[in-house]
Every structure is written in C-alpha cells, then in structure tokens.
Design a protein around this ligand. Structure first.
Ligand code: XMP
Length: 526
C-alpha cells in the first residue's frame, strides 16, 4: 500500500480503476478542487479503501462489458460500504449489474458527443442546465434499474443518469471528467464537495509542509544524493528534499555531451545560485561521445547513454559515499522524481506499464551502498509539481521548461552522433527556442525543437554553391505527450527561424517543417 503525503485529516476521494483511459483524469479534476484523490486498482481490498478514510468513492469507466469473463473484478461489497458512491460509465453498469438490475449490449453504440436531458432532480445535477452536451463512450447500457434507483437523466437512446439517495449511490453513463463534457467539472464538484462534503485542504502549502516534515523524520541525520537533469521533476524533488535536510543533500548533474547549448553551465548556475542546491557537476561528454561513436540505431543510442549515465552516476555517488563515510557520516538515501502517473501505471489493473523508460531510473548503484529511495513527488501529477515549485519560489525558467528527453540531442541527430553534429544542432536548437519564446509561444506548445537529418542538399549563398545538412523543425501541441498534434506555427515565425538558421548556423543550408501528428508519428524522430 502506498504511503501518501496527505495528513490524516485530509479529505480524500478514492477512485477505483476499472481500466478506463480517463481514470487519471478523474483524479486530476478532483485535485483541481484542492481535494486529495487516489487511484487504486479495482481489485484492491475494501480494508485498504477504509484505511484511507475516504469521504467518497468513484467507480471509473473501463473497456470491458460486465459480462466479459476477463472483466476487472471489484468486491461488490463496495456498494454497501455506506460511503457516497459515484459510478461513471462502466461504473454505472457495475452498480446496476451487481444490485439486481439489467445491463445489455446497446443496439447502437454511443460514442462521442451526445445531448443528455436531466429528467429528475438529483444532488449530482444541482445548478446544471436541463439539457447538457456530454461525452459518451459505451457499448452496453442499463436496461432495468435495480430496486430503489430512479432515472435522473437520459439520451434519446439510453439511460444516462441514475440515483438511489438512500443508499447514497449516484451514477452517470457519460464521462464528466473529459473536457468534451463542458459541465463535467460542476458535476464532479457536486459529488465531491456537495454530496461527500470534502474539504479543499489539499493545497501546495499543506503538501510542502507535510512532505518536508516527513523527509526530515525519515532521513534523520543521514545524507542523500539526487541526480539532476535540469528538468522540472528532479529540480522540484531536490528543492523539497533540500528544504528538509539542507546541505546533507548532494545533487549530481552530468553533462552527457548531448545537452542543449550552454545547458551544462546554465543549469549549474540556476541550481546553485537561485535554488541554493549543493551540486556536483560532472562533465562526462567525452565518455558519452566515445560510446556513441559509430552508433546509428535509435535504441542502441538510448542504451549507450543510459548505461553510461549509470556508470558515471555510480562513480560520483561512490566518491560522495566514501567521503561521507570517512567523515563518520552515512549516505543512505537516493532522491528520485517519480510522479503519480508512473505509480498508478505500475499498479494498474493492466499490470506494470511497458511505457516506463528504463533510463529514467538510476539503476545499478552498488549493492553495498544500500540506498533507500525518497520519492517526494510520487503523489503528484505534473501540473501539481509545477504548483509546488512555484510555491517553493522556484523560477519560471525551470518550472516551465519544455520536456527534454533523457538521451537529449542524440535522438534528434539522425545517424551518427559526433561532437561536430552536436554543435551544429545546438546552434539550430537555440534559434528555435529563442524565436518561439520571442513569439510568446514557448508555453503554448508542448515541445518545439530542431532535428538534424543525415541528408545533404544543394543551395546557394551569396555567389557560392553550398552542399550542406538539412534541419527539420518540430513543434507539437499536447496534454501529456501521449498523443500530439503538429502545431500550426505562424508563417512569420517559421520564416524567421528558417532564415536565421540558414544564415547563422554553419553546416545547415535547408530547413523543413514536420507536419506529422502522433499517432501515427512520434514526437521525437528517434
Ligand atoms: P515520443 O517521441 O515517444 O515522445 O512521442 C513522447 C515524450 O517523451 C519524450 N521522450 C523521452 N524522454 N527518454 C526521455 O526521458 C526518452 O528516451 C524519450 N523518448 C521520448 C519526448 O521528448 C516526448 O516529450
């Protein structure tokens, strides 16, 4: 059972996950009301649910039919716990099926937008209009309601809202958690605040205070180490831990030779001077570039960088470890910036995710160091991490940084990675970032960057014929990096980027724009 950072009195909503792609969204929406929410696999024991002392329980949607042999199983006794309960989509069907109603395959699958009519008063619909546009995604429908239940809403085709106030159970067939249901937030608030009476006590100050306190107790007089990437997660994790144990945290920042231009120095300055962190900076570019020599396969590049990172990190950690030991101290802790989506994924009803990338984890530390993990962000979603960072007084420049892959520019240099090609891409990349920032687009797009292609073409500059590299510009809009649309950057921004790159970067004479979405493309080119 995970240990949450909430205090014992914090209002909590438990979400039982039946495998919907939207389950995490329910949790995020509830946290937007400053109410703590946790996602547990639907198979969890009710004792574990009770231990969290929740104000209410939500049964999520899911891809199965209640009749599927492989349908995820929750203990039906959850329906008799006496806690306010909200069923969403599959959650509604689970309730109907287990309380004696009837669920059947719908004659017409409802998918997408649908108008729903509220047909009876319900605490869930307080303040909502009588007709709402909602997002549907279901193949089965409730045909007969269990005893005690009333119909509260319907579409032209199917039951879309039911309630049994006596048993304190409400359910909707549609998805209030998605943006396509404009009144969804109000509906969720009616449940969480109105029906469950949850208090908005999950605030950044509360989180910082309880987390710092807990780390202080855990670590005692021990020492901790933390790998910094310059990105949001590891920086916020480090600042939180430093709040708790000060200089007894040592951060390790490695130059892997494929960082952005001047990043190695800039990150050090920010981390030391603005964030007051104790940073050991290791320039291992040559080691990394030596491992990358002759490698063109994307996965082999990732492996080479991942393995070398572990080797460099281990060397540095060992030095710190030995120095502390000879001073009679002990480094016992390793800080990691794991976020809540990774925690949910690894305990989901689908089993551990294959999407967690191996090089995100610092593995391979020597056994005899026996480091214990501190993961101060494991209860948080990415947007919450940024809020915490803001409350910790961290600069926007760190918190609003676009995601940057662990293998860095290596996966944006197609073909072999050499020092010369890294230098060319660093220059082009900096122009892209500069111009996107100048146009006020840096925070509007998810990522914007340059890719160096192994393609040469002919050009003319002044009176000279050129024969040089091609660079692709990639800019995408996305919520979470899982899916993405190519961004329609204004032509004048593209024009400036292109002409600056061709005139300022030696080695590039042609610029193209990538107009592929994900899927079927990926964000990175490798
Ligand atoms: P893709 O290219 O898979 O990228 O559409 C999705 C998001 O993940 C980032 N990315 C990585 N991050 N190590 C990382 O730390 C990697 O190997 C890696 N590959 C992709 C990518 O930048 C985007 O935000």
């Amino acid at each position: 059972m995970p240990v949450y950072t909430r205090g014992v009195d914090t209002s909590t909503i438990v979400i039982l996950d039946f495998g919907s792609q939207y389950t995490q969204l329910i949790a995020r929406r509830i946290r937007e009301f400053n109410v703590f929410s946790v996602v547990l696999p639907c198979t969890v024991s009710l004792d574990e649910v009770r231990r969290l002392n929740p104000k209410g329980v939500i049964l999520s949607g899911g891809p199965s039919s209640v009749y599927d042999a492989t349908a995820p199983k929750a203990d039906p006794a959850v329906l008799a716990m006496g806690l306010p309960l909200l069923g969403i989509c599959y959650g509604l069907q689970f309730i109907v099926h287990h309380l004696g109603g009837k669920v059947e395959p719908a004659p017409a699958r409802e998918y997408g937008h649908a108008p729903v009519e509220v047909v009876a008063e319900s605490a869930l619909f307080t303040g909502l209009p009588q007709t709402m546009n909602v997002w549907m995604s279901h193949g089965d429908e409730a045909k007969t309601l269990p005893e005690g239940f009333r119909l509260t809403a319907r579409t032209a085709n199917a039951v879309s809202g039911i309630a049994d106030e006596q048993r304190r159970i409400w359910a909707v067939q549609f998805h209030p958690e998605v943006a396509h249901t404009p009144q969804g937030m109000e509906l969720l608030k009616n449940f969480v605040v109105g029906i469950c009476g949850a208090q908005p006590d999950w605030t950044p100050e509360h989180f910082i205070q309880t987390t710092v306190e807990r780390i202080r107790q855990q670590v005692g007089t021990g020492h901790a180490i933390c790998g910094l990437s310059g990105g949001v997660d590891s920086s916020v994790a480090a600042v939180l831990v430093a709040r708790a144990i000060g200089d007894r945290l040592t951060c390790i920042f490695v130059n892997n030779g494929v960082l952005r231009k001047d990043e190695f120095l800039k990150v050090q300055t920010t981390m030391r001077e603005q964030l007051g962190l104790n940073v050991v900076a290791v320039d291992a570019s040559e080691r990394f570039l030596a491992k990358l020599a002759g490698v063109t396969d994307p996965e082999k590049k990732r492996k080479a960088i991942g393995n070398e990172f572990i080797a460099v990190f281990d060397d540095e950690a060992k030095k710190i470890f030995e120095a502390e030991q000879s001073a009679g101290e002990e480094v016992a802790w390793l800080v990691q910036g794991t976020l809540y989506p990774d925690v949910i994924e690894s305990s989901s009803v689908h089993g551990p995710s294959h999407t967690i990338k191996s090089h995100h984890n610092v593995g391979g530390l020597p056994e005899n160091m026996k480091l214990k993990l501190i993961e101060p962000l494991r209860d948080l979603f990415k947007d919450e991490v940024r809020r915490i960072g803001r409350d910790l007084g961290m600069p926007a420049e760190v918190l609003e940084r676009q995601p940057f892959p662990g293998p860095g520019l290596a996966v944006r240099i197609l073909g072999e990675v050499t020092a010369e090609r890294v230098a060319i891409l660093q220059e082009a990349d900096q122009i892209v970032v500069d111009e996107i920032k100048k146009a006020g687009l840096y925070r509007k797009v998810w990522q914007s960057f340059a890719v160096l292609l192994p393609v040469k073409s002919v050009g003319v500059m002044g009176d000279q014929r050129t024969y040089a590299n091609t660079c692709a510009i990639r800019a995408v809009e996305s919520e979470d990096g899982m899916t993405a649309d190519w961004a329609p950057l204004p032509y004048d921004v593209l024009r400036t980027i292109s002409s600056r790159i061709v005139s300022e970067v030696r080695g590039i004479n042609r610029v193209v724009y990538d107009i592929t979405s994900k899927p079927p493309g990926t964000i990175e080119w490798e």
